[in-house]
Structures are given as C-alpha cells and as structure tokens.
Design a protein around this ligand. Structure first.
Ligand SMILES: Cc1cc2nc3c(=O)[nH]c(=O)nc-3n(C[C@H](O)[C@H](O)[C@H](O)COP(=O)(O)O)c2cc1C
Length: 193
C-alpha cells in the first residue's frame, strides 16, 4: 500500500474476527517494529507476543480481576475510576479480544523508553494496515502494571525485572478494513517561512 494512504486510512479497530494471523504476517509486523527509529539505535523494546488463546484469555481475566479489586478513588490516571466501576459491574472491555496481542516493554533505565516504544507501535499499526489487518493501541497495562498482582502476572509471561510496560497493541482480522480518509482536527502548527 502507498505509504501516505496507509497512514491516512489507518483507524483503530475494536471488533476482531476470531481468525488466527499467519506466522509470516506476525513476523512482518515484528520486523516493522524492529525497523522503527530508536534513540541511539539501541532496539531496546521487548515485544511480548501473545498468540496463545489460553494466555490471551488469562490476561483479560487478570486485568478484570485487578480492576475489580481496586478501590474507586480519584487517584490514578484519568479514566481509572470509571474503568474500575465498569469492571466491578462486569462491563469492562480491555483489549477487544484480538487473536494477537503484543505488549511493548522497555528498559526502566532507558530515558527514551516511551518514545522508542511509541515509534515501534506506530510502525506495527501501519504494517498491520498494509497487510489488511486491524489494530488498536491499548493503554491500560501501562497504568495497571504497578499493581503488585498485575506486575507478578506480567512477570510470568515474560516481563523482566528491569523492564516497564510502555504500551500494547491488539491486532486481528476485521470484518471490513477502512479505506476512507475522514476529516481530522488539526494539530497546532507554527509555520515559520
Ligand atoms: C496513547 C494512546 C492511548 C490509547 N489508548 C487506547 C485504549 O486504551 N483503548 C482504545 O480503544 N483505544 C486507545 N487508543 C486509540 C485512540 O482512541 C485512537 O487512536 C483515536 O481515537 C483516533 O482514532 P483512530 O486511531 O481510529 O484514527 C489510544 C491511542 C493512543 C495514541
């Protein structure tokens, strides 16, 4: 797909088909993440690639369990109180149950951890779009990882002691891939000619 078209037609998908993604496509996705720019060209990201259905379901259950056991306070990140309320009511949807879920972790000590991970995840979202796959950036693990139960669980699936979760990505086949370019609000631009 032409690059600019790929950038402009990419959308976030929140409904996925339960169809496995071919290993070749997963490898292309990971390679796109690997070719992202990174500070000092250090490829410090750790991609935890969850294909296994039992583990995918276990993670969703763990996120719900952790949220259900949290107190509803105004502390924590914006939205947290609302998400806790939804989880307690059994209505919270974490990652839209995709057939592929990728957690992007990075070194705690890397000052560019978030920037490196953001570059990698955007490359993967565009590669997904190029391969006719839908994707959605999922933020919650970044915020929930400090809960001891969540952190212990993340360690069982590969998060290292010296790493933090920066972001995560749901990927899957979708009913229909978007191909139009809607109007967007503009970012602020200061143009000096
Ligand atoms: C930092 C960041 C966090 C996001 N977190 C979530 C999330 O947790 N769940 C979700 O459904 N979408 C999430 N999104 C997707 C945004 O809602 C989405 O990109 C935005 O609404 C624009 O829509 P589009 O991606 O379809 O162009 C996130 C996006 C970014 C960049």
């Amino acid at each position: 797909m032409e690059t600019l078209k790929c950038i402009k037609t990419r959308r976030s998908y929140r409904k996925f088909l339960q169809k496995p993604i071919e290993e070749e496509k997963i490898n292309i996705l990971l390679s796109a993440g690997n070719y992202a720019p990174s500070g000092k060209n250090c490829q410090s990201c750790h991609f935890i690639v969850i294909v296994n259905e039992d583990v995918r379901k276990e993670l969703i259950a763990k996120v719900n369990e952790v949220l259900t056991n949290m107190k509803q306070t105004d502390e924590g990140y914006e939205q947290l109180a609302n998400i806790i309320k939804l989880a307690k009511e059994g209505k919270y949807v974490f990652n839209y149950d995709p057939s592929l879920f990728i957690i992007i972790a990075n070194k705690k000590q890397n000052a560019n951890a978030m920037a490196d991970s953001a570059c990698a995840i955007e490359n993967m979202m565009l590669a997904a779009q190029d391969m006719q796959l839908g994707s959605c950036y999922i933020n919650q693990l970044k915020h929930l990882q400090n809960d001891p139960r969540m952190n212990d669980y993340l360690k069982t699936i590969g998060l290292q002691d010296d790493e933090i979760v920066c972001c995560s990505l749901s990927v899957g086949y979708v009913e229909k891939l978007n191909d139009d370019v809607p109007e967007r609000n503009r970012n602020k631009i200061t143009y000096i000619r």
